[in-house]
Design a protein around this ligand. Structure first.
Ligand code: DX5
Length: 228
């Protein structure tokens, strides 16, 4: 979002799960702004990852903020547990909530900041009437469920739509993108209006290491940011 700070947020999906505390410490040392936990239930997406206990175990290792990206069916009962585990931001998928307005309000009632995510096929209008309840909109740039997938460049039109919709509210809402973000794709996403960049494989697989990968992604994003 023009005027919003560029934030680099690693997904821990490519991390070494046997050393999550050390991996989180390495990410913090590399200068990331937040860490994303991809929570998958094997139903909303065909993969299974982190319960709140795993996140709570890593929480004391670092001070960098955590976000939970809930790719789960019927997330409402889980939300307070992710806030208690140390996630200051909880992101719900519009497609997983029968009563999205109530679910997002409940995230704030649980003491968290709220985000709403959209799968690639879901139009931005699906969140037009809940923007007063969120601190962040997440436009998925891959179909959720796995890391290492190819960036869907046609999502840039939807990122631009989201940017316009958010600007019209005048609210301080961040615009996040997630999936296939790296050195060759970040500029298109930022020019379309994104300011929060989630990246997994492009950070963890950089041959020059995490610190180089984070600095490089931030520099490319800052250069591409509208009005900077
Ligand atoms: C996919 C997850 C993403 C993924 C990103 O469902 O939401 O966070 O881990 O990984 P890359 O950057 O490798 O596409």
């Amino acid at each position: 979002m023009p005027g919003r700070p560029i934030l680099i947020v690693p997904s821990v999906l490519p991390a070494d799960f046997s050393r999550l505390g050390e991996e989180a410490t390495a990410l913090e040392k590399a200068g990331v702004d937040r860490i994303q936990w991809d929570v998958m239930d094997g139903r909303f997406v065909p993969n299974l990852t982190f319960g709140p206990e795993v996140i709570a175990a890593v929480r004391p290792h670092v001070v960098v903020p955590f976000e939970a990206h809930l790719m789960v069916e019927d997330p409402d009962p889980m939300v307070p547990r992710y806030v208690e585990a140390g996630c200051e931001l909880v992101i719900l998928h519009a497609e997983s909530c029968r009563h999205l307005h109530r679910s997002l309000a409940a995230v704030r009632e649980a003491g968290g900041r709220a985000g709403v995510a959209l799968n690639p096929a879901t139009p931005i209008d699906a969140v037009g009437h809940v923007l007063d309840l969120v601190d962040l909109v997440l436009v998925m740039t891959v179909n959720p469920g796995f890391g290492g997938q190819e960036y869907i460049a046609t999502m840039e039109a939807k990122i631009a739509e989201a940017s316009t919709l958010i600007s019209e509210t005048g609210l301080p809402i961040d615009l996040e993108v997630d999936g296939g973000i790296g050195p060759t794709t970040v500029e298109g996403a930022v020019r379309a209006g994104a300011n929060v960049l989630v990246a997994g494989s492009s950070l963890f697989r950089d041959p020059e290491g995490l610190e180089h990968a984070v600095a490089d992604l931030r520099q490319r994003a800052e250069t591409a940011a509208p009005g900077r």
